[in-house]
Write a protein that binds this ligand. Structure first.
Ligand code: DC
Length: 212
């Protein structure tokens, strides 16, 4: 069983996918982390995330340690991720890894929950249960500021909002695998819903798709 949860930054995908994975005993893949790790690796090597050769080299050389790198959750990593993510050859390298994860979820789990932008449209287009979470940019910026502050990072609302909008624009307008809901996805606007309400709506949808 594969569940995909796509949507823009800070729409609530992280918390929902963690709860779903725990509930079903499935493996979870935060696909944004792969792009962040590539983006950070390019920056760390002094490269430009829009430079295809540098970004592809970083994607090919990605290690488990890169996925645990400090700074992965920073806004610099996020912006760099969104730049490397617009390069088709980078997406190809990461696609292979993601499909392998779906075919054989780690730990012998019977299913996997994907968190990303294109996991229901491109990575696993035949996934039985697809969700798309969204929320207004202002609500998402408020949530992101809170998350950053909880991590001990100082964050200015206006700047976070601007960076979110910049990322949204790049992620939705890129030619390859743009951010958009799959035709058969349940779209949930989380602007005025708390995490429990989102989780309940998701569980109801998934249960109807795959009654156990
Ligand atoms: O979910 P996140 O904020 O960690 O993602 C960081 C960036 O990575 C996001 O702006 C676009 C890119 N990304 C992508 O293109 N496709 C995915 N499946 C996941 C993330």
């Amino acid at each position: 069983m594969i569940i995909t949860v796509d949507g823009p930054a800070a729409a609530g995908k992280g918390e929902l996918t963690q709860r779903l994975a725990a509930h079903f005993g499935y493996a979870r893949l935060d696909t944004g982390k792969l792009y962040r790790a590539v983006g950070l690796k390019v920056l760390g090597a002094g490269g430009d995330p829009e430079d295809e050769a540098a970004a592809v080299e970083a994607a090919r050389a990605l290690t488990g340690d890169d996925l645990e790198a400090p700074g992965l959750r920073s806004e610099d990593a996020a912006l760099s991720a969104s730049k490397v993510a617009a390069i088709p050859a980078v997406r190809d390298v990461l696609l292979e890894f993601q499909r392998g994860f779906a075919a054989a979820p780690p730990g012998g789990a019977e299913g996997a929950v994907f968190d990303g932008r294109d996991t229901g449209t491109v990575v696993i287009p035949d996934a039985p249960a697809k969700l798309f979470l969204t929320a207004s940019p202002e609500v998402r910026a408020t949530r992101r500021v809170k998350q950053l502050q909880e991590q001990g990072t100082e964050a200015i609302y206006g700047r976070v909002l601007q960076e979110l909008k910049e990322r949204d624009a790049r992620d939705t307008s890129r030619k390859v695998a743009p951010l958009k809901p799959a035709e058969d996805a349940l779209v949930i606007d989380t602007s005025h819903l708390d995490a429990d309400a989102v989780y309940a709506a998701a569980l109801e949808f998934i249960s109807a798709k795959a009654p156990d």
